[in-house]
Design a protein around this ligand. Structure first.
Ligand code: ADP
Ligand code: MG
Length: 236
């Protein structure tokens, strides 16, 4: 389980996170859902160790992560605008994390094959990122994040830059991938439909606070307050 407890973060006088606590069950796909500016990315970056909280702790399986350097946290991260190495093939992009960890060549090749298969890019080894569609590039990013067998996968609006049709496809695909791979995943999104259709647990955020945590059904049937009710809106 990943737990963040009592996380507070200010930027100058602005309180981006106000005493936030959340528990993310092992193997779950948990969404941080909220409007733009509600503090989702800041919370995710703190969990990843890319940002230091003013107060609070992050634990992964009970280990206090503030003592663990970001590169040792066994975390896979995918951003909205994924920074692929443009001069490297798909194969080398996916292999990158394994190479710097000195995994041997044979294992890398086998793992790249397996990952490209999982993300639906079997046979794309020799392509370059600019020869892929936006959706394919994000799937390559997922393969790269999974390559080092992270304990946690953190996704910050990974489909946000894609058009609605591709976004809907990737949403379905992420759900199936998660059912197959079971890696504990936190998905940041401002899209209530995405969160409701993909996640097992949802934390609804507003103004640096978590307003409610529950499964999609609970949130829909019993919203804790006006904000949650209004933000979730009618779901088809
Ligand atoms: P979200 O991902 O939900 O859109 P963010 O976590 O990115 O929200 O940001 C929450 C608030 O904190 C926003 O008002 C944003 O402007 C502010 N903020 C985030 N990062 C910084 C920063 N590095 N410096 C100053 N303000 C920041
Ligand atoms: Mg954000």
């Amino acid at each position: 389980m990943i737990a963040a407890r009592g996380i507070t973060k200010q930027f100058g006088d602005y309180v981006a996170l106000d005493d936030v606590s959340i528990e993310v069950p092992d193997g779950s796909l948990t969404a941080l859902l909220g409007p733009s500016g509600s503090g989702k990315s800041t919370l995710l970056r703190i969990i990843a160790g890319l940002e230091t909280p003013d107060a609070g702790v992050v634990e992964i399986h009970g280990d206090d992560q503030t003592r663990v350097k970001p590169q040792r946290r066994e975390i896979g991260f995918v951003f909205q605008h994924y920074a692929a190495f443009k001069h490297m093939t798909v194969r080398d992009n996916v292999a990158f994390g394994m190479r710097i960890r000195k995994v041997d060549r044979k294992r890398i090749d086998a793992r790249v094959d397996e990952l490209l298969e999982i993300v639906g890019l079997a046979g794309y080894h020799k392509r370059y990122p600019n020869q892929l569609s936006g959706g394919q590039r994000q799937r390559m990013a997922l393969a790269r994040a999974l390559a080092v067998e992270p304990r946690v996968l953190l996704l910050d609006e990974p489909f946000g830059a894609l058009d609605a049709k591709v976004r809907a496809e990737l949403r379905e695909w992420l759900r199936r991938l998660h059912d197959e791979v079971h890696v504990t995943t936190i998905l940041v999104t401002h899209d209530q439909e995405e969160a409701m259709s993909v996640a097992d647990h949802i934390a609804v955020m507003d103004h640096g606070r978590i307003e409610q945590v529950g499964d999609p059904r609970e949130l829909y049937d019993r919203p804790a307050n006006q904000f949650v009710m209004g933000f979730l809106g009618p779901v088809s």
